[in-house]
Design a binder for this molecule. Structure first.
Ligand SMILES: Cc1cc2ncn([C@H]3O[C@H](COP(=O)(O)O)[C@@H](O)[C@H]3O)c2cc1C
Ligand SMILES: O=C(O)c1cccnc1
Length: 354
């Protein structure tokens, strides 16, 4: 049950070489289209070029890692659903019949389901990766959700898992989560790492009504008032959860291995912020997929100067928003690797890709 700590301690993230950007822009401007006419997809192409330099970007295999964990906070009724839904949804992922599975199929993306800390013993399944750190976190409104050591264990476990997947041929990493109560954890992380008032970070989560949001806000206030922690690892340990820690580790692993990591919505963005505060160079590897309808997502996006590509009104999690952006990543890479130069087209030299 205990993963080693050293993958986190020894991790190195190298910065992308931003001085290459003008060269990449000029190359894209020379393609068979008016300059800038593929809009923000060109920005994504530049980002992929910087990440993969000097190699051309590869996008054959994408994998979404869905980390599942339970939250002690759930006993305070911060969610309209009981904690048992976490495990039930994991069973649905393994059966291939959840929202995430449907969207992963459409996005030609492999699925990796990880038990980061579900509050029950989950029956073994060939599709389930057991990296359980504990049986749910402790209640962050009363005490730290986890120890610093457990936060490091969670980070290290996912760093090892995602690094191995990349070594095994995964070109695009995407992150998502399942954990009843985790929008409260994410709100607390957003609040503490950005300095935004907690009330502006708390939203409806899985569908609270107005009274429910008021109650959730009060619980979050209580948790925030309990601790003055401000360093990213401490904030992560104070507020949880295991699946958020593992998403942060996944971001760091992708960055360390120089692969793009597609960030889902509110909770995944909170994890990305933890990762970026731990290793600022990791920001350049993050692709922010969509703008979640959850209140507080804007706070996180702004803190990372991120403008997502999609606005579909999603507020599900599970990696669903990230999955919808995988085709964009593939298309953007194609701008660099398959789109002809205008000079070749005008000279009638067709069918030669760069
Ligand atoms: C059936 C169901 C499936 C879900 N899939 C993702 N979430 C989403 O809702 C949860 C966060 O909301 P809160 O903080 O209000 O609990 C997370 O598990 C998130 O992934 C779901 C929630 C439910 C109910
Ligand atoms: O944006 C998300 O990831 C989200 C929002 C609400 C509930 N679950 C997930």
């Amino acid at each position: 049950m205990h993963a080693p700590l050293d993958h986190f301690a020894t991790l190195a993230v190298s910065a992308v070489d931003n001085s290459l950007e003008p060269t990449l822009r000029a190359r894209i401007d020379g393609k068979a289209k008016p300059p800038g006419s593929l809009g923000r997809l060109e920005d994504l192409a530049v980002q992929l070029g910087l990440i993969w330099h000097p190699a051309p970007p590869r996008t054959d295999r994408a994998m979404v890692f869905v980390f599942a964990g339970d939250h002690g906070l759930a006993e305070d009724h911060v969610s309209p659903y009981p904690a048992s839904v976490t495990q039930a949804m994991v069973a649905a992922y393994l059966a291939g019949c959840a929202g995430m599975n449907v969207l992963a199929k459409a996005a030609a993306t492999e699925v990796c389901v990880v038990d980061a800390g579900i509050a029950a013993d989950v029956p073994p399944h060939p599709g389930l990766i057991d990296r359980k750190i504990g049986y749910g976190t402790r209640n962050a409104s009363r005490e730290p959700a986890m120890s610093i050591d457990d936060a490091r264990r969670a980070l290290s476990a996912s760093i090892a898992l995602v690094s191995d997947a990349i070594d095994g041929g995964i070109d695009i990493v995407a992150i998502g989560e399942m954990g009843i109560g985790n929008t409260t954890s994410a709100a607390l992380i957003a609040h503490r790492l950005t300095g935004t008032p907690i009330g502006d970070c708390v939203g409806r989560g899985a569908g609270l009504d107005d009274a429910g949001v008021l109650h959730k806000r009060a619980i979050a206030q209580k948790a925030a008032a309990r601790t003055a922690a401000s360093a990213p690892l401490e904030v992560l340990a104070e507020f949880g959860g295991y699946e958020i820690a593992m998403m942060a580790g996944a971001v760091l692993a992708a960055a360390a291995k120089r692969r793009p990591v597609v960030i889902d919505g509110f909770i995944a963005s909170a994890a990305a912020l933890v990762a970026v505060r731990l290793h600022p160079a990791a920001r350049a590897y993050c692709v922010f997929s969509h703008r979640s309808a959850e209140r507080g997502h804007a706070v996180l996006l702004e803190a990372m100067a991120a403008t997502p590509y999609l606005d579909l009104g999603f507020r599900l999690g599970e990696g669903t928003g990230a999955l919808m952006a995988i085709p964009l990543v593939r298309a953007a890479a194609g701008i660099l690797t398959e789109l002809a130069d205008l000079s070749d087209v005008l000279a009638g030299r067709l069918g030669q890709t760069q």
